[in-house]
Design a binder for this molecule. Sequence first.
Ligand SMILES: [Zn+2]
Length: 355
Amino acid sequence: MRYKCHVTIKYPVWACILAVVAAACVSTPAPTPAPRASAPATAPLSAASASPAATPLPTPSPTPAPAYYVVWTLDFEGDAASDQALANTAAIADELHIPTTVLWNPRAWTTTSVTAERAAAMLRWTRDRAAKGDEVGLHLHMWTDFVRAAGVAPRTAPSWAARGDGYDVPMTSYSEDDQRKLIAYGLKLMADHGVSGVTSFRAGGDIADAATLRALVANGIGVDCTAVAAGSFGSLRLPWTLRSDAQPYHPARDDANSSGDLPILEAPTNGGNTYGYTTLSIVPIARADLAMLGPPGRPATRSKAIVIVSHPATIDAVEHAAIESLLRSFDPYRADTAGGPLRFVTLRDLARLWR
Ligand SMILES: [Zn+2]
């Protein structure tokens, strides 16, 4: 069975549930020197720790002075996105002067369900974003046609929605060796289409484990944002044990939920998923996000990262307005317009900052 809209089940409205927190009040921001989001790359590992739901928050260790960072990620799912939806997406980024992290899905090139013309239009849009300084990373779902094209035997179970096309099969159901091959194949397809230097990743369904992270490292990926708060997803239980406000950390080699020395940054998607929201219904997400920060008008005392996810293919006029509302809620904190401690950055920037 196919769900009427696959993203409905793909991202339950967990962020909304987590949003029972007080609204941050808006006051006049005081000028605050904000750290640059362009610290030198590469990474001795931090001792930041991920934590199970009951234990304290991990301690971030960004290199510059404490600051707030917000990342707006855009997942292509491997199906078609319309020109109108792409235009809506770009308009948000351009109007609000926010860099995006586009997580491209190379399945568009391995399926007959996306025309060559559509895939080309989506790629053109993505490259336009990159030309403006946005980041392009990788997003994979285990579509059977993509998996087969990668030379791996496809699976249709387990799945979070019983679709039968592999879209809803967790990457973690494949062996580490196969995951490594699937990532490598995705990166090769991107490089073949002129997109190279990819260092960021998110797995479909918010489901990844230590084997996934090791497979990413083997492919040169430096930051993953698959992690979310503990919970379930469709019919599957998520492998994460993190709190809803979990901060970036370097995972252990054998446990994606614990800190360790794996040379990849796990930057949890802790800021909500905008799919299906309106300007009204997204208010609790904005409140939950702001609750992770200190009061506006004050310097940051501790660095925080907030990672938000949207999907270019679903951004119609209603979601467009909802996203703008969510992103504008950070206005009183912004370094560029309000003299505050908050910057919009990319995942690649987080990897440089949380060293
Ligand atoms: Zn996805």
